[in-house]
Design a protein. Structure first.
Length: 129
């Protein structure tokens, strides 16, 4: 659980209630593909599977999502992006996420694809190493 004093896990350095918290609560939507990607990373970090499913494109979304409570997300690094701005309809974000699982640190690098439907950015899929 994230408290009002905690910095958002997305890495922008803002308090969670001023950053990804309102997106997770459904109070506002991500304005860009990168903002959605950061908010999804934060959702993994805080264990918000409902948000992850809600922001996943219906064509590629799994029926359910079981998050591993032993996995601790540590750091997000944005490596690059294409498109995905406030007026775009598609975008990609390349990132590296570091996490700890059963005492070992791992890194996940992914090229993620996003699309906008109406006013909502959605995660489509990604290629990862």
């Amino acid at each position: 659980m994230v408290s009002a004093k905690d910095l958002c896990p997305c890495g922008l350095g803002e308090p969670y209630p001023d950053c990804c918290g309102p997106l997770h609560a459904g109070e506002r939507e991500a304005a860009t593909a990168e903002q959605l990607m950061r908010s999804r990373y934060a959702a993994f970090a805080v264990g918000d599977a409902d948000y992850l499913l809600r922001t996943w494109h219906p064509d590629t979304r799994p029926a359910d999502l079981d998050l591993d409570p032993a996995q601790r997300w540590l750091h997000l690094e944005i490596l690059g992006r294409t498109g995905g701005g406030p007026f775009a309809t598609e975008g990609t974000v390349d990132f590296r996420a570091r996490y700890r699982h059963h005492g070992r640190t791992h890194a996940l690098t992914e090229h993620s694809r996003f699309t906008r439907e109406g006013t909502s950015w959605l995660y489509v899929d990604g290629d990862h190493d």
